[in-house]
Design a protein around this ligand. Structure first.
Ligand code: FSX
Ligand code: SF4
Ligand code: F3S
Length: 384
């Protein structure tokens, strides 16, 4: 299929969507952008950046702008399970709203426990009504892991005391698309870390429906909005990796595009926090950076309106978008080169994203081992 064929298909879909009446009647996106001080030009610039971000050709930018304009036609139900609400915060926290947060505000959010005014029985009724009214049409976004088994009742929500598992399973049943937002919902996260006293599980474990994972603790606002826009544009699943993460967002490792990569290649490492190397912005591998084993786009997109990200701030990546990272990536401030070298395709973080990843990681294992060996020799020289 050519680029043009895809665009024709997308535009047909967008035309269909535009015929669906707006769910909320609070004014168009143009009006809201204007109120927040964004010009049409800013919006189109954002759409252009978004198409590059989603690995689409620049000719898709007008369709992305249109998809954003139509994002109030698809109802969204957002559930909170066992988590810290960091995923919602990732989108909402900015004191200067970004176009991403504005779109989140604009989508037809039919149910979101942090944001809605309703409480108690009324809130439960709203959820029930939204599921019924928008059967097979709503997008379900779930944040947080789900306690199961004998400890399922560790998470009960609302006045009627249903468990998180019951609520999530029920909402999954009639959703048009299901997104696990954050590492907890995608893989279990901290709740599922050893010894996992609440038997917490990923959403995909408790439903038989297809779940798209958007991990990160928290994921960036761009990955959340991009996933939503992708669905509006295509109405189908994006290309996924072995952990069901969209490849456009999680196809590369942190290490691949890291701003400190030149220092890694040159063997220039921070040896301890606050040392001369830290001041020079050297590579954080030896103080525990797990960027070589982590698939995410933070190095490209950053957080908080593109201001910064963990490695820029001076701490290594802790692998927060990988399955079981609390158990497999620790200690967070120590490297794990030996472990990787001894078990290149072993457990947890060493089980990599996809076949290409396996190749890259194997090379990295050798590279890291070589670095470690050279560093050890240098250290030996210095010790003498
Ligand atoms: Fe928190 Fe979301 Fe981490 Fe989990 O983020 S930022 S604990 S991924 O579910 O709220
Ligand atoms: Fe960047 Fe970490 Fe890779 Fe160093 S090890 S280049 S800090 S991702
Ligand atoms: Fe997480 Fe690493 Fe990005 S810790 S936020 S995946 S830099």
């Amino acid at each position: 299929m050519t680029e043009n064929d895809v665009l024709v298909r997308i535009n047909k879909r967008l035309l269909e969507l535009s015929k669906i009446p707006r769910i909320n009647q609070e004014g168009s996106i143009a009006k809201r952008l204007k109120e927040k001080g964004f010009s049409r030009r800013d919006f189109m610039k954002w759409a252009g950046a978004m198409s590059a971000f989603m690995a689409l050709p620049s000719s898709f930018a007008p369709s992305i702008a249109k998809a954003a304009e139509l994002s109030d036609r698809l109802p969204v139900i957002w559930l909170h399970m066992a988590e810290c609400t960091g995923c919602s915060e990732s989108l909402l926290r900015s004191d200067t709203p970004t176009i991403d947060s504005l779109i989140f505000d604009y989508i037809s959010l039919e149910y979101h426990e942090t944001l809605m005014a309703a409480a108690g029985h009324q809130a439960e009724r709203n959820l029930h009504d939204a599921i019924k009214k928008y059967k097979n049409r709503y997008i379900l976004m779930v944040e947080g892991a789900i306690p199961t088994g004998a400890t399922e009742h560790y998470l009960t929500i609302g006045a009627e005391g249903h468990t998180g598992k019951q609520i999530a399973q029920n909402a999954c049943e009639n959703a048009a698309a299901i997104f696990s937002i954050g590492t907890c919902s995608s893989f279990g996260g901290i709740q599922a870390a050893h010894p996992n006293p609440s038997n917490s599980k990923a959403l995909s474990v408790i439903t038989s429906k297809q779940v798209i994972n958007v991990p990160g603790c928290p994921p960036s606002e761009k990955n959340i909005v991009g996933t939503l826009l992708h669905f509006i544009l295509f109405g189908t699943l994006p290309a996924l990796d072995v952990y069901n993460r969209p490849k456009w967002a999680y196809g590369l490792r942190i290490h691949d595009l890291c701003e400190r990569r030149g220092h890694f290649d040159a063997g220039e490492f921070v040896q301890s926090f606050g040392d001369e190397g830290a001041k020079q912005g050297f590579c954080l591998y030896k103080v525990g950076c797990k960027g070589p084993y982590t698939f995410n786009n933070c190095s490209r997109e950053r957080f908080n309106s593109h201001t910064s990200w963990p490695i820029q701030a001076g701490h290594g990546c802790i692998g927060c978008s990988e399955p079981d990272f609390w158990d497999t990536m620790g200690p967070f401030e120590e490297p794990m080169a030996d472990r990787l070298y001894n078990t290149p395709f072993g457990i947890g973080s060493d089980a990599v994203s996809d076949k290409i990843g396996v190749g890259i990681l194997a090379l990295t294992a050798v590279g890291i081992a070589a670095h470690a060996a050279i560093a050890a020799m240098k250290k030996g020289d210095n010790d003498e």
